[in-house]
Write a protein that binds this ligand. Structure first.
Ligand SMILES: Nc1ncnc2c1ncn2[C@@H]1O[C@H](COP(=O)(O)OP(=O)(O)OP(=O)(O)O)[C@@H](O)[C@H]1O
Ligand SMILES: [Mg+2]
Length: 285
């Protein structure tokens, strides 16, 4: 991370310097560089993020964690190319992001992101065909390959309304992975699921990552989910979002839940987010 000052918390500083020492040699795949994002309405301008900077490397599972309204979804939309920064820039493989593209695919929280009139397989094939990435036969083959990876090969010919919420999210993930994007963008993809299914989906996502090694930019406001899913977690302050700190969560998995180190890190992150909210509330009182 560059630009903004990082955490002053002594508890997190060693993690930060370890992260820097690791000194990845390869150039970052995705660079978010001093990015400020705003919404303009006729009455006013809402600043969603303020000079946010971070780098994502190939095969990172990079998590943006922060309270509601801190600009996580807006940042993801900007990386997706749907919103242009008013300040700073976003680069993918060194090239400035100016519009949406098949190299960045988003999976959203909503279950209704699949057109209901298409079968599961047709849903997964659709972006491959629409972007002319593949012809019909190859698209069908690739769709089945990724449906198999998310355990839904048997459901290829059913329609989305016949699936549970978790299954719909698996289809959305298969559809995104089938495009083999440079970065997979996920905006709270499991937030609308029940606790057990959510945990299962987290586990499956990690297993899928083990197999496919995609690069992930994942948004959540759950500290636990951030530590489980991510290898790096960026903490954003409340509205407008600024980079607060980065935590190395590489060592944590679902098996770490409840362990002392996991709990300690979760607590430190909680304190930092809470501290910041507290300070913010005082400043705006
Ligand atoms: N279309 C819009 N027009 C105006 N302001 C908006 C719009 N969308 C979001 N905002 C504002 O921008 C800020 C950031 O919103 P964003 O949706 O990115 O937050 P978030 O971190 O994703 O929150 P949540 O965790 O609730 O999803 C908020 O203050 C929000 O009110
Ligand atoms: Mg959001």
């Amino acid at each position: 991370m560059r630009g903004e000052p990082l955490a002053s918390s002594p508890a997190l500083t060693p993690t930060l310097s370890r992260e820097r020492e690791r000194g990845q040699e390869s150039a970052p795949l995705l660079q978010v560089d001093g990015v400020s994002l705003e919404y303009r309405t006729p009455e006013r301008v809402v600043r969603a993020t303020h000079r946010v900077s971070f780098d994502v490397h190939a095969a990172d599972r990079f998590v943006l964690l922060g309270p509601s309204g801190c600009g996580k979804s807006t940042l993801l939309k900007a990386v997706g190319g749907f919103i242009a920064p008013v300040e700073g820039e976003i680069r993918l493989d060194g090239a400035r992001v100016t519009q949406p593209g098949p190299d960045r695919i988003v999976v959203f929280q909503e279950f209704d992101q699949l057109p209901p009139w298409k079968t599961v397989k047709q849903n997964v094939m659709f972006p491959l065909l629409a972007s002319r990435t593949l012809g019909k036969k190859d698209a069908a083959e690739r769709a089945l390959h990724y449906l198999d990876k998310v355990g839904l090969a048997k459901f290829a010919d059913v329609h989305p309304h016949q699936l549970s919420g978790g299954m719909k999210q698996r289809v959305a993930i298969a559809r995104a992975l089938a495009m083999q994007p440079r970065v997979l963008l996920m905006d709270e993809p499991f937030a609308a699921l029940d606790a057990l299914t959510r945990r299962k989906m987290q586990q499956e996502l990690l297993e899928l990552w083990d197999e496919v090694r995609f690069t992930l930019l994942f948004v959540t406001h759950s500290i636990e989910e951030a530590l489980v899913v991510g290898n790096r977690v960026a903490l954003l302050s409340p509205h407008p979002g600024r980079m607060r700190a980065e935590v190395n969560s590489h060592g944590f998995s679902l098996a770490s839940l409840g362990g002392a180190e996991f709990q300690g890190t979760a607590q430190r992150i909680h304190d930092m987010l809470f501290e910041e909210e507290h300070a913010h509330a005082e400043a705006t009182a």
